[in-house]
Design a protein around this ligand. Sequence first.
Ligand SMILES: [Zn+2]
Length: 407
Amino acid sequence: MIKLSNFPIKTLKTRPQISDNISTSILLQAWFIRQTMAGVYNYTTLGLKVLRNIENIVREEMDNYWSSEILMSWLSPMDIWEKTWRADIDEYFKVPTYGDKNYRLNPTHEEIVTPLMTEFINSYKDSWASVYQIQTKYRNEKRAKSWLLRGREFIMKDAYSFHITDEEFVEYYEWMKKVYMKIFERLELLDDTYITLADGWVFTEKYSHEFQVVLPIGEDEIYICDSCWTSHNKEVVDLENWFECTKCKNKDHRIEKASEVWNIFPLETKFTKPFWMKMLDANNKEQDVIMGCYGIGVSRLMWVIAEYNMKDKWIAWPESVAPADYYIIVIWEENIEKAEDFAKKLESKWKTVILDDRMWKKVGFGQKAGDCELFWIPRRIVISPKTLEQWGFEFTKRWEKSEIVNF
Ligand SMILES: [Zn+2]
């Protein structure tokens, strides 16, 4: 359990003016995050809980669908980036070391995962091999913002899959779209999420797919077909010839502002060829390996969920990511033991608990109740002399009437 007496939590009465973004200001006000510099954040106890809850939903769904978790290195030598002609990209942090050598702080992991997996992958029987990691990534952003969206340092889930034929790759790729939609459903973002066709960049002639959440302050513009709901990133819409849906050729559409939370890319053989990754087919012939990559911006997702669920003064976290299931307020020092016992009972039923046992600094009931609201904990319990007189505690589910429940 989280005991607030053990953590010097000091929620602010008003929103700090550090950020021009309201949901980030609320996260700062509630002590979920603290900024080191623009685009670089620390997560304090409750913010970390939210982040871990998001991470775990992603992890569970990836594990369910046969991708294996690994953890790759943060640093890498320059020469592996030279193999794929990506050594001199400005957005990649170079780390000087002894002599005139440089390392890279990895902004992405294709150059690490491909040689790593080459060791394991031999034949068509290894097709569908898929690994993922959840890790901090670094990007040398010129204009990092004072909110979580555009970071120099951010947490990502990146997955990579390897296939012997295009058909197998396409099957896996379509499957991964479904896994991602399942994750969106659990994060309660599904209603406003669009799989959006986007530029394939240098990797492929094909489109890549972005998962865009409609948000008024989103940084992208998406064009949604009125007829088949296919969504297109502005960058792939031929604006000179008006909009025409790439799927059904319909011209009627609406334009929405949206924020990208993840993307999936067909990488074809762009990385497997330079690293000599091959698979033997059923006739024992060497074949090129087709690769796909599947990203999710985990820290960005925290911000998108915050922005999406922002109410007047709070962020109304969905239950699946809220910092805890229960918030217990204790009145009077002699009742702490009783409250702790009750918290343990809840934990034995796999519930998470914040125990507000701040007694010594004159933190009154009003502030405790206010903090419970600001953190947006769905269930509140008050244990006080008054409730104990009735052999119970006061239980309040958000938006419902309080009631006394016996222990
Ligand atoms: Zn259409």
